[in-house]
Design a protein around this ligand. Structure first.
Ligand code: FE
Ligand code: FE
Length: 172
């Protein structure tokens, strides 16, 4: 920590990375919701239901970052950093998402260090928690990508027509 930085400057640095992370979560929410509807349209119910649950994980992350930003006196961003990639074939969805999550983990590890350098252990802890959950997302997306690569149509045929019921209340 540079000796000259004031408490306020350090706080602003942390708010900045929390807001960048929040924007990335908003992007992921938009992307996964779009894929959820797409998978549902393609009749891959099981995959659609799981995608919806992962989108909801990202909503929790966006809220965790927002709550910490508010605690620090900042304003949570509502801006999406990029465009949602639409109309992806099922073969494209899973490598795409695994890559997105992998990049996110890398960036969040950098943000965690920024929090450490600026003396904010509470924000560090939030990044730690979120990174662990993103790793679970990577593992899931990788496993589906593998299934599709290895078993192709046989795997997809097994998923076709399955129920998309997910979460509390099933159809919610
Ligand atoms: Fe997330
Ligand atoms: Fe994620």
């Amino acid at each position: 920590m540079a000796a000259q930085t004031t408490k306020e400057e350090r706080r602003q640095k942390v708010i900045e990375v929390l807001n960048e992370a929040r924007a990335m979560e908003l992007q992921a929410i938009g992307q996964y919701m779009n894929q959820h509807y797409g998978l549902d349209d393609m009749d891959y119910g099981e995959l659609a239901g799981k995608m919806k649950l992962i989108a909801i994980d990202e909503m929790r992350h966006a809220e965790m970052f927002a709550e910490r930003i508010k605690e620090l006196g900042g304003e949570p961003t509502t801006t999406y950093p990029g465009k949602v990639s639409k109309g992806q074939a099922v073969e494209k969805v899973y490598p795409f998402d695994a890559n997105l999550e992998d990049d996110t983990i890398d960036v969040y590890n950098q943000f965690l260090l920024t929090c450490r350098e600026n003396g904010d252990s509470v924000s560090m802890k939030i990044f730690e928690t979120v990174i662990e959950e993103e790793q679970i997302h990577v593992n899931y997306f990788d496993s589906i990508a593998d299934n599709i690569t290895k078993h192709g149509d046989a795997y997809l045929a097994r998923i076709a027509g399955t129920s998309s019921a997910a979460g509390v209340g099933g159809s919610g």
